[in-house]
Design a protein around this ligand. Structure first.
Ligand code: SF4
Length: 312
């Protein structure tokens, strides 16, 4: 029997501010997980620091609330050690595109089968609303003493340039639409990004629900086809998606911008070198024989000599 959405909801007290867009994201996740019937024991959510970092606490699957900016490397290790798992990263714009930007780019280059849910609210909400990497230059939400002096990063354009093979934008207040995007991203084989527009009702009085209501429209309603049907079309589709990603002012498109099912995942690239990778990935390899660790003592000493404390 398919698990209900409510079965994915944990009983941990949720302290996000009332009205925060994060509630829409987690609600869409519960419903997407239910419709995909994701086994909790085979699903992992990894987060960094920020309001979004609390997400794993609120979902009844495995979770790691890790270091600022380091959710993607943690998720990479989990996925590559055990490629049978469904691994999802929830991170803020500051976390993933500021301190974690290098990891974001590296994930695109590798095309590891991870789903990134980017809580895009243009501010560092947990630390009282400083400008995040997605806040445009010249804007001044009420939390800033002066207008933002830096230019913004466009997550869709950066993902295209980095090599992500599934790139979408959702809006946290349109949970039915967002749920479908999350399902598609999880089902896609490769690095998937969903940039989720998420109002921070406490610190950002510019990107409000009213603001998005006037601007957001669905790409699919315009006949947009994001799929790279043949490999020869890839460059053309990337250029078209990049041009569409620049539309972000009076009108803001949401939906799937780009999907490439042809580029091999990192896991497939590893399998080319190590044919047994999927049969015995690191998580299924033996680490002991007859009660003793299987390890080359000399290699161990060389690698860990710095940490070995002599007690004699
Ligand atoms: Fe949401 Fe902003 Fe409150 Fe954080 S500070 S929980 S992003 S409304």
């Amino acid at each position: 029997m398919v698990r209900k959405a409510s079965e994915y909801q944990s009983d941990v007290w949720n302290d996000w501010c009332p009205g925060c867009g994060d509630f829409g994201i987690v609600a869409a996740m519960y419903r997407a997980f239910s419709e995909l019937d994701l086994p909790p024991e085979k699903t992992v959510i990894v987060s960094g620091i920020g309001c979004s970092g609390k997400t794993p606490h609120f979902v009844n699957v495995n979770g790691v609330h890790t270091l600022h900016g380091r959710a993607i490397p943690f998720a990479t290790g989990i996925k590559l050690a055990n490629p049978d798992l469904t691994v999802i990263v929830n991170g803020g714009d500051g976390d993933l595109l500021g301190i974690g930007a290098g990891h974001f780019v590296a994930l695109g280059r590798r095309n590891i089968d991870l789903t990134i849910i980017l809580h895009d609210n243009t501010v560092y909400g947990l630390t009282k609303g400083q400008a995040s990497p997605t806040l445009k230059r010249g804007l001044r939400p009420k939390s800033l003493p002066k207008p933002n002096i830096q230019d913004a990063v466009n997550p869709i354009s950066l993902a295209l340039a980095s090599g992500f093979t599934f790139i979408a934008r959702g809006y946290s207040m349109m949970t039915e639409h967002l749920k479908e995007l999350i399902k598609k991203a999880i089902q896609h084989k490769g690095a998937a990004l969903i940039d989720v527009l998420q109002p921070c009702v406490t610190y950002d009085n510019i990107h409000t629900v009213e603001y998005y209501k006037k601007r957001v429209y669905k790409l699919e309603d315009t006949g947009w086809n994001p799929i790279v049907e043949k490999i020869e079309e890839r460059d053309d589709k990337i250029i078209k998606a990049w041009m569409k990603s620049q539309e972000y002012d009076e009108k803001i498109p949401i939906g799937v911008f780009y999907q490439d099912p042809h580029t091999p995942t990192f896991e497939e690239r590893i399998k080319e070198r190590i044919p047994s990778y999927h049969v015995t990935p690191p998580a299924r390899q033996k680490i002991e024989r007859e009660g003793k660790p299987i390890i080359d003592e000399e290699v161990f000493r060389k690698v860990f000599s710095y940490y070995i404390v002599k007690t004699e």
